[in-house]
Design a protein around this ligand. Structure first.
Ligand SMILES: Nc1ncnc2c1ncn2[C@@H]1O[C@H](COP(=O)(O)OP(=O)(O)OP(=O)(O)O)[C@@H](O)[C@H]1O
Length: 117
């Protein structure tokens, strides 16, 4: 693969992240939450394993939200009509985000609560 092509793929990926943050309310919420969790982690003081967990969960959450946004756009591109399969596709992707968010919140509480109380 040519270097310029390789670098372009990073630029396009950065554009995708930028568009998502600009246009998706949920992505803004996730990005702000990520900053708050990182500040709390620095303030609390985590060990190496806890940091790895926090970073994996934040990265996974943001990546999943990006995939959800991409899927929503793909569905809208395929049809602007109301269709049960379009609803199922969007709702399942949203469900995936919810599952990961709840999982992350539970692990976050398991990491932070014993250090605070
Ligand atoms: N093309 C579609 N056909 C059937 N249901 C849909 C379709 N698009 C979205 N939905 C469903 O409508 C509900 C609301 O979705 P959402 O909040 O994304 O708004 P939307 O209908 O896509 O409008 P907008 O695109 O303006 O945000 C969700 O359950 C979603 O799955």
């Amino acid at each position: 693969m040519k270097l310029s092509r390789f670098l372009s793929s990073f630029r396009f990926a950065a554009q995708g992240i930028g568009t998502s943050i600009k246009r998706e309310q949920n992505m803004k919420v996730h990005a702000v939450s990520a900053v708050i969790v990182l500040v709390a982690a620095i303030w609390t003081g985590l060990d190496r394993t806890e940091w790895m967990l926090v970073i994996v969960l934040i990265g996974g959450m943001l990546a999943l939200e990006l995939v959800n946004s991409a899927l929503e756009r793909t569905v809208d591109l395929v049809t602007r009509e109301r269709h049960p399969l379009a609803k199922q596709a969007k709702d399942m992707a949203a469900g995936a985000v919810l599952v990961f968010a709840v999982t992350s919140a539970i692990i976050g509480l398991l990491i932070f609560l014993p250090k605070w109380f």
